[in-house]
Design a protein. Structure first.
Length: 282
């Protein structure tokens, strides 16, 4: 009887400890384009398919290209795996944008802090990612894709993400990061410092709205670029998550959309995109 009582006490303590954790700040490892502080459970594999189309409006949009659906801005396929409950790795391949095309990317994410109902008000994660455009190099030595050395192809991004979930419905995240391209055009800078914010409001158990914004601080004024801004709608269906969104960013990887977003919302240069994922327990 004494052993049974001890087992019940231990089970109750474990259950109470589990309830102290704040669950599902975001539905997945991404908010829209950028990372969230969420990690994949240990020994789980996630498959992601993402598409973005052409401009809905402006000079390149409208009915002539069926509001962007006749064009494909970017497409990305990726696998992400949970090594531990707070450690993820991922590998993806995207079409790329502009002159940075045929891109393989990878990342490692470590969750430093986990929000709890008491004593720990935030979640915090660090993400380090890399991208490698492997398209054939340009013959013009003045081109940014001439790649005199193989290492010139690489792009790196490091970010610190901080999230707080308020109640059952609202989540707010801020991110601070550094993006580095090993080779850039004349007049540009290799390293870009940026900060951003993201939010999620869940108005039912399966439906939520999302927004995401990043600002680059030290981009030269001579470089034609815009800050990426996106809005989304999320649908949860058991093992799947669907995200439908609108964004001025063409790329879907942080190594590309942070430095290479040039479209302007005010000129109608925004596009529809979506992604869905499927998670498997191994």
């Amino acid at each position: 009887m004494k052993k049974i009582l001890l087992l019940l006490i231990a089970f109750s303590a474990v259950k109470s400890f589990g309830q102290d954790k704040v669950y599902e700040s975001f539905a997945g490892t991404r908010v829209i384009n950028n990372h969230s502080t969420e990690c994949i459970e240990r020994n789980n594999l996630e498959f992601i398919v993402a598409h973005k189309f052409g401009d809905l409006a402006g000079e390149s949009g409208g009915i002539s290209n069926f509001f962007g659906f006749d064009n494909l801005a970017d497409v990305r396929l990726a696998f992400e795996y949970g090594i531990l409950g707070n450690l993820d790795v991922g590998l993806g391949r995207s079409k790329g944008v502009g002159i940075r095309t045929q891109v393989v990317d990878g990342y490692v994410k470590y969750k430093i802090l986990e929000q709890k109902t008491s004593k720990m008000p935030i979640s915090m994660a660090f993400v380090s990612s890399i991208a490698l455009p492997y398209a054939k190099k340009a013959p013009d030595s003045t081109s940014v894709t001439s790649y005199p050395r193989f290492i010139n192809r690489f792009i790196f991004t490091n970010q610190l993400l901080i999230t707080r979930k308020f109640g059952d419905r609202f989540t707010w995240q801020i991110n601070l990061g550094y993006n580095h391209r090993n080779l850039v055009a004349f007049g540009d800078v290799n390293g870009l410092y940026f900060a951003g914010t993201s939010a999620r409001f869940r108005f039912t158990k399966t439906l939520a709205v999302l927004c995401e914004y990043s600002h680059v601080f030290n981009r030269p004024s001579s470089i034609p670029a815009q800050d990426p801004l996106s809005f989304g709608f999320e649908i949860l269906t058991g093992g799947h998550t669907f995200s439908l969104h609108f964004s001025n960013a063409k790329a879907m990887n942080e190594n590309l959309f942070i430095p290479l977003t040039t479209s302007n919302w005010l000129d109608g240069q925004f596009r529809f995109g979506f992604f869905f994922n499927r998670r498997f327990q191994l």
